[in-house]
Structure formats: C-alpha cells, structure tokens
Design a binder for this molecule. Structure first.
Ligand SMILES: Cc1cc2nc3c(=O)[nH]c(=O)nc-3n(C[C@H](O)[C@H](O)[C@H](O)COP(=O)(O)OP(=O)(O)OC[C@H]3O[C@@H](n4cnc5c(N)ncnc54)[C@H](O)[C@@H]3O)c2cc1C
Length: 498
C-alpha cells in the first residue's frame, strides 16, 4: 500500500513526539510511524510482580552481544517509547558538560554548541513536559532564564527526614526536576512511578506531553503497529524518497519531502544501517563511518542504604538527588557523577533482582532501605557500537570511565554511612539495562567525524534528520530525555523554516 505525506517521523518517543509537537502548527501533513501500540490500562500496570519479575512489558526481541550471547534488553515499544516507563527525572545537562573535560577514564569531547544555545529549548521542553522543580536548590544547576513552572513534587515524610540526615552529613540534596503530576499518579494506585508504565496522565511522558498536543492538529497522524524496515533514496543518494514499513503483516510505503528517524539510539542506527544501498554501501548517511559507533549507556549502579532501626514509609520516594560529586571528586579532581533516589523499592522488586533472597528477608530489607541510582559519564568510543548481523541487532557496548563510577560508589557509600545507614549494598547494571542508550548518530560540525549537523540533519542526505538520543555527542551523567527533547525542538524550528 502506498501513502503520501510532507514529513514522516519514525518513532513516537521523546525525540519523535517533540519533533511532531514543534512542526504541528506548520500545517504540513505529518505522519508518525510507530512500531508499538498504545499501552493498555490493565491490572499489570501497577503490579510489581508482573513488571519486575515476569517482564510483562518486555518485547520478545532479543539482541546479541559480540560474545554471541543473546539477551532481552530493557527497551520498550509502545506509543511514547521508553518514556512510558521512565523515572520522569528531567535534568538539564550541566553547563560544564558542553565543554571538553578530563575524566578518570579519558577526555569527554564536549559539544559543537554551547549550553546557552540550547537553553531556550530546554526551557520550552520543561514547559511541554510540565516539569516540577526548584532551580535554586542544586549548586550545579545551569542558568535558567525562567524558573520552573511548578513547585517540586513534595518529599514524603521519610524522604524529608532523609534530606535532613544528608544535610547533616555535609551533602547538598536537591529536589529532582520531575515530569510527574503526583495527585494523578497516586489516584490510580499507591506505587512509585520509576519503571512502572504510565497508562494515565500521572507522568508527562512523550505521549501525554508533546504527542497529545501534536495529534490535536488535523494535519498530524499517528500510525501504530508500523514497523519501519528501511528507507529508500533516489539514485543520487542525496534524498530519501520513501519509508517501507510492515503493518499487520502487509508491506506499506510512504513518500514524503522530509524524513526524521527517532526510533531510539539502537533502533535508529539499526534502521539506517539496514537502509544501505549502492550510494550508501555502509548504511544510509554513513560516509563518516560513525553510524552505530560511539554507543553510550551510562555507568549506573543501584545502591541500597539500610537502616535496621527505622522503616522507610515512602510510597513513591523519588524526589531527591545530589550532585556534590558531579563536577569534582572532593578527594581528587575528576567528575564522578549524579546520585538520585530510585522509586520506592518493594520486596518484589528486590526479589526480581536477587531471586535467591527469601521473600520474607526481601520484604524486611525493602521496608528499611532507601534505593539510590548512581550515574557516571560513559565516554564516546568508536569501538563501542551497534551493528546488524543477519537481521539481528548486535550491541557491543565497550564501557568506559568505570574507575570514576567505582569512586562514585565509594564516596556515596561513605555518605550513607555518615548519614546513619550502617548497611550499604550496591549492584552495577549491565548491558541489559539500556535505559540511557545514546550516541550512535552523533551530532557535530565535521561530516568526517559526525553523522548529523547541530540541527540534527544528516551531513550526507539533505532531507534526512535524526532526532532522538542517537545524536547526543556525550552522555554526561544526568538522565538524557530533556536534552533529547530540547534538541528535537531545536531541529523542528529549523525544519519549520524550510
Ligand atoms: C525504565 C526507564 C527509566 C528511565 N528513566 C529516565 C528518567 O528518569 N529521566 C530521563 O531523562 N530518561 C529516563 N529514561 C530514558 C528515556 O526514557 C530515554 O532517554 C528516552 O525515552 C529516549 O527517547 P528516544 O526518542 O531517543 O527513544 P525511544 O523512547 O526509544 O523512542 C523510540 C520509539 O521508536 C519506536 N520504534 C523503534 N523502532 C522502530 C521502527 N523500526 N519503526 C517504527 N517505530 C520504531 C519505539 O517503539 C519507540 O516508541 C528511562 C528509560 C527507562 C527504560
């Protein structure tokens, strides 16, 4: 079947939906092709056994490592993409993340644009995602032209007590910037939201925020269950002419003037690699040979700080973080990373990660612990890459900067002990946790070393854009979604003038 549009966007995640938002008012016919369907509101949506132990929402698509082993990644395919499950922490990259800087594990190259250039787009994105926060609390917060539009999501009493304990231990805790409407979220069920699917409007994810706004325009259409297989170019190779997708077992193609790929960092790279042709033998828009390379995923660890004498009564918990070690290790000089609360850990969540643990013990630990999420920068490396072999995605993630991450774990453990938590356990996440994937189509000014320009346009193919986490040239050490949205909005403004 054949279709026609002015602009085709592949993927309805943060990047694709933010782009659709910014283009909706141009009046052009925009078609969003989304592989997944709308998430349904079933009992599993708030069932920690279904989500964490049974993997109810995971797709059956396996990826391979270079060791040949296959695994089920934590990558989700629904309208709204991975943001349906996100922790909704919408940090801006710190100003220092845009300039080159030395890390324990090497040099982070910085960005081809300065923070000031992205600032208006961050502000726009915060408005769209209705971010709650207080820019005055965190000493590492970059300049904001305007304060957040809503006050922070309130700390629960247990978290307010934790904030005091951390302050006493010499730390500067700050409220997390959150895209969460807490009343709405809790109305559905008394659970945390981190890694829980959003089937209502409690989280302002890609679907609830920018996509809903875009689809209110008659010129914007969403086709679900549309799995894009490849893009085709004209003979010159300078122009994409059509996207081919499978829906309900039938092949369709859609022609348009402009194509934007926003299928997520791994899937966008795979789609462009699969779209190789005579003009683009190594993958579409890959004259630099950087497509699929520089794959980054953050070094992340879950840490449990246990106080055997005091229960944590929090329901959602995830309102606090600290960046005391973000720019500099106080006992050294290198940046270490961000520390933020996880959603409230239940016995079932704990058991999903430690199946050997007796259920009773898991419940006891969960009752008396605070779960933390530690993030350190993963540096771009051309050998860390995504490829496609016999139709299967192969992810060769070469971790970097682990020494910094291990130091962050040490420093955070010391903080927790000082704050009165005698038992501190930690576990570093591996390759199955692909939540913060980025970097496979990095943006830059030089067509020899980057895939897209700073407005996310392919250096090689004039009407092709990539507007998702693929384009991030560095991973920094904060959650990526707001930066993905800001870049997509910036790209949309440029496309809108064409
Ligand atoms: C559990 C979890 C917690 C997270 N917490 C946070 C957080 O607190 N803060 C934060 O900033 N980030 C968080 N993230 C990361 C954040 O969700 C991602 O950075 C962000 O969603 C990336 O957006 P994207 O547009 O690049 O890709 P995606 O969200 O992956 O969207 C891509 C879309 O494209 C679709 N698609 C894929 N392939 C095809 C194809 N071939 N054809 C058609 N459609 C296709 C997918 O179904 C998907 O809808 C979290 C992620 C997870 C999984």
């Amino acid at each position: 079947m054949e279709h026609q549009a002015d602009i085709v966007i592949v993927g309805s995640g943060i990047g694709g939906s933010s782009l659709a938002y910014s283009l909706a008012e141009t009046g052009r016919r925009i078609v969003i092709l989304e592989r997944g369907e709308h998430l349904k509101d079933t009992p599993e949506a708030r069932d920690d056994v279904a989500i964490f132990q049974k993997g109810f929402y995971k797709s059956g698509e396996e990826w391979a490592g270079t060791d040949g082993e296959t695994f089920l990644p934590g990558n989700y395919y629904f309208v709204g993409g991975n943001s349906k499950f996100f922790g909704a922490v919408l940090y801006r990259y710190r100003q220092e993340d845009f300039t080159p800087r030395d890390h324990m594990g090497g040099r982070s190259p910085g960005w081809p644009i300065a923070y000031a250039e992205l600032e208006p787009w961050y502000e726009r994105a915060e408005t769209i995602f209705r971010v709650r926060g207080d820019a005055g609390q965190d000493p590492t917060e970059p300049p904001h032209t305007r304060p957040y539009g809503f006050p922070p999501v309130p700390d629960e009493p247990s978290v307010a007590a934790l904030r005091k304990r951390l302050r006493k231990a010499g730390i500067h805790p700050s409220s997390l910037p959150l895209a969460v409407d807490i009343e709405q979220w809790l109305r559905r069920a008394q659970t945390g939201w981190d890694a829980f699917p959003n089937t209502g409007a409690g989280k302002i994810d890609a679907e609830v925020g920018p996509l809903a706004h875009a689809l209110a325009h008659p010129n914007v259409t969403l086709i679900t269950g549309a799995n894009v297989q490849r893009l085709e170019t004209d003979e010159s190779g300078r122009k994409v002419t059509a996207a081919f997708f499978i829906k309900d077992g039938v092949e369709h193609n859609i022609r348009a003037d402009i194509f934007a790929v926003a299928a997520g960092a791994v899937q966008s790279a795979a789609l462009l690699l699969r779209s190789s042709n005579a003009s683009h033998p190594n993958g579409l828009a890959n004259s630099s040979d950087q497509l699929g390379r520089n794959f980054m995923n953050h070094n992340t660890t879950a840490m449990l700080a246990i106080d055997p004498f005091r229960a944590n009564t929090a329901v959602y918990q995830k309102t606090l973080g600290f960046n005391d070690f973000y720019n500099r290790d106080p006992q050294g000089s290198f940046p270490l990373g961000n520390v933020q609360l996880l959603g409230h850990i239940t016995g079932n969540i704990l058991k999903a990660n430690a199946p050997m643990l007796p259920r009773l013990l898991a419940g006891l630990i969960a009752r008396n612990c605070y779960g933390w999420f530690l993030t350190s920068e993963d540096l771009p490396n051309p050998e860390s890459r995504v490829t496609v072999r016999d139709g299967r995605i192969v992810m060769n993630w070469v971790r970097s900067n682990m020494q910094a991450h291990e130091t962050l774990i040490l420093r955070t453990r010391a903080v927790m002990r000082k704050a009165g938590f005698p038992v501190v356990l930690s576990r570093t996440f591996g390759r199955k946790t692909t939540s913060h994937q980025c970097g496979t189509a990095r943006l830059g000014n030089d067509p020899k070393t980057s895939v897209v320009s700073p407005i996310c346009r392919s250096h090689d193919v004039a009407n092709l854009y990539v507007t998702d986490a693929s384009v991030l040239p560095t991973s920094a050490a904060v959650n990526p979604a707001l930066t993905v949205a800001a870049l997509a909005l910036k790209a949309g403004a440029a496309i809108g003038t064409l």
